[in-house]
Design a protein around this ligand. Structure first.
Ligand code: SR1
Ligand code: MG
Length: 425
């Protein structure tokens, strides 16, 4: 008899896990002695940490609704299945950069996985001003490997289409993104919020600005209609766990075949928010200068290292149906293909800049905010940091073509750090 979905309470979870040898072996001791703590602080799911005498595990269970909002917003449990599929795929392509999966139960919408300890959610570390020396290399390996190897550059067309089909049912999660990132912040929507009254005029301006509406709609179309690769789909700094020596990407429940720039832009946009929120966390002027310098250097290297690794894979591992080698034979063909690769990367960079901007705007004017700003206690200071981020993001969104290289993004971010909005009250 397959399990029937129920929201697992502690005794039920304990009994369920004790019947799984792969789990009880890891935890050790007797189930009655295991400690179980619900620690989920995300927007959607339950997350339990279970510890026994010899080890620990994490268990994530999807709720049939959006946790942040409640039962009035139902959400399919199938997202747990897509998360499991994505974790397995990512583990194959980027081993050691995702948690090991120990067990999955589709009916219970549950995934049991390796407990990441002493890792913390990267966003929390960034708010505290911590530098992560491994991050650039790890995240660019994750991005290059997962995106390249699920793209038409690496995959035969039939296998790629099977992949698209395998994730096509995850449309409810895509719809969250389509609404919360690409639509709601630009219209009157009940669940929008912002730091009022300081950002009232700015929020209204975003609702009226047709240049912004065209730019965000082009990105939305790209998100809807560009199955370039299997993307993580929610790769913000709350979906990354870190120590100073390790990086792990978690929570790929939004995975589907979409535009690659959405993942790269998520990383860069969230780093830019961390940079511009930093002033709100300093106790003395200049105190976080070294951290802020590292964040901007990281923004630059995320793009340059990703691009280097992706191009290296393209030059050596292009077994997909795109760009057939027979069409690019000989010295001239090779030269022309290399020019084309550069053009491809330039297009991907433009997508990245646009999506980074979209990911920023949604966190300030939409439903789901982030602690980078929310934990700035002085509301006017928070609004100042947010206004600077919106100022930068609007320009990246509308004038994307003027950002020819990543240096232009970090230059504009530095200028935004000193930009003074006019908070007319
Ligand atoms: C209602 S869900 C809000 C957000 O949380 C997730 O982490 C995604 O970013 C989603 O957009
Ligand atoms: Mg998440």
């Amino acid at each position: 008899m397959p399990d029937q979905y129920r929201i697992l309470k502690e005794p039920d979870l304990r009994a369920y896990l004790s019947a799984l040898p792969e789990v009880s072996g890891k935890l050790g001791g007797v189930p009655a002695d295991w400690t179980i703590t619900e620690v989920g602080d995300g927007n959607l799911n339950l997350v339990f940490i279970i510890k026994g005498s010899t080890g620990g595990i994490a268990v994530k269970q999807a709720l049939p609704y959006v946790r942040l909002v409640g039962e009035s917003w139902p959400l399919p449990l199938s997202r747990s299945h897509y998360e499991y599929l994505a974790l397995v795929h990512q583990a194959r392509l980027a081993p050691s950069l995702v948690p090991d999966v120990l067990h999955h139960n589709e009916a219970l919408a549950l995934v049991a996985m390796e407990l990441l300890e002493p890792h913390i959610i990267m966003r929390r570390g960034l708010v505290a001003g911590t530098i992560y020396p491994r991050f650039i290399d790890d995240i660019t390996t994750f991005l290059a490997q997962t995106l390249f190897f699920s793209s038409d550059l690496a995959m035969p067309a039939a296998a790629k289409k099977e992949g698209i089909a395998a994730f096509a049912g995850n449309h409810a999660l895509c719809k969250i993104t389509e609404d919360l990132i690409f639509t709601d912040p630009y219209r009157v929507a009940e669940q929008n919020r912002w730091t009022s009254p300081w950002l009232d005029a700015t929020a209204a301006a975003f609702r009226e600005d047709l240049d912004v509406h065209v730019a965000i709609s082009r990105l939305k179309l790209k998100f809807l209609a560009s199955p370039e690769a299997l993307i993580h789909g929610d790769l913000h700094t709350g979906s990354i766990m870190v120590t100073e020596r390790e990086t792990r990407v978690i929570d790929p429940e939004f995975a589907f075949y979409g535009p690659m720039g959405f993942d790269i832009g998520a990383v860069i946009g969230n780093l830019l928010m961390s940079y511009l929120a930093s002033a709100g966390h300093e106790r003395a002027p200049g105190e976080r200068h070294a951290f802020e310098t590292w964040v901007l250097e990281t923004v630059e290297k995320v793009w340059t290292e990703f691009s280097r690794k992706f191009l290296k894979l393209w030059r050596s591992e292009a077994k997909g149906d795109a760009y057939p080698p027979t069409l690019f034979a000989g010295g001239k063909g090779a030269e022309r293909l290399e020019t084309e690769r550069q053009a491809y990367m330039a297009r991907l960079f433009a997508d990245t800049v646009g999506f980074a901007a979209a990911k920023t705007i949604r966190r300030i004017l939409g439903l789901a905010h982030n602690i980078d700003f929310e934990w700035i206690e002085d509301e006017k200071m928070r609004a100042l940091c947010e206004a600077r981020s919106l100022h930068l993001a609007r320009d990246m969104l509308v004038n994307t073509a003027s950002y020819a290289a990543i240096g232009a993004v970090t230059r504009a971010a530095r200028e935004a750090r000193d930009w003074q909005p006019n908070f007319a009250r």
